[in-house]
Design a protein around this ligand. Sequence first.
Ligand SMILES: Cc1cc2nc3c(=O)[nH]c(=O)nc-3n(C[C@H](O)[C@H](O)[C@H](O)COP(=O)(O)O)c2cc1C
Length: 171
Amino acid sequence: MLGLVASAAGGVERWFRTGLAEPLARRGWRLAVTLTPTAARWLEPELPGLAGLTDLPVRWTSRLPSEPKPHPVPDAFAFAPATLNSLAKLAVGIGDNQALTVLSEALGRRAPLVVLAQVGPDQARHPAYRGHLAVLREAGAQVVTGGPEEVLGALAVFEARRSELTAKRDA
Ligand SMILES: Cc1cc2nc3c(=O)[nH]c(=O)nc-3n(C[C@H](O)[C@H](O)[C@H](O)COP(=O)(O)O)c2cc1C
């Protein structure tokens, strides 16, 4: 199972479903999709299509304390795309929305995490950015800066491991 988290970086509205979520679902991942509130607004027309890829609800709000957790705990995570804003919040442990809450916990558990940082040249020169990247890398996150194809490539490593485990179990 994969925790697939997106924030509001330009282009996400075009490629998140067709370029990332659909290929991952086809490759056998059970998807737990969580969006930042802004990404959820941008992806509104995509929500029915995303919902059709998984048996789990697509999330962007937190649950009430009286409600059960809508997602089980995923085995691995992809945070794609990660804005300067959300990447910074993750690095310092701010969980002011459901997407960041999920990611902060994943980072704390040292769960496998691929982060697709998508920042513009001026944003990348923000004085705190390099430090935030370093924090994520030190915690074991794999940070990539290409596009969704690079996330798919990085996750292939976990898929190979999953196939090995399944083969061992079935042997
Ligand atoms: C069209 C558009 C494209 C944007 N692209 C980026 C981007 O590539 N990277 C980024 O860090 N912020 C980008 N932003 C700014 C973020 O959307 C903004 O910082 C937002 O508050 C991020 O919210 P989130 O991190 O909670 O999703 C863009 C904004 C707009 C309107």
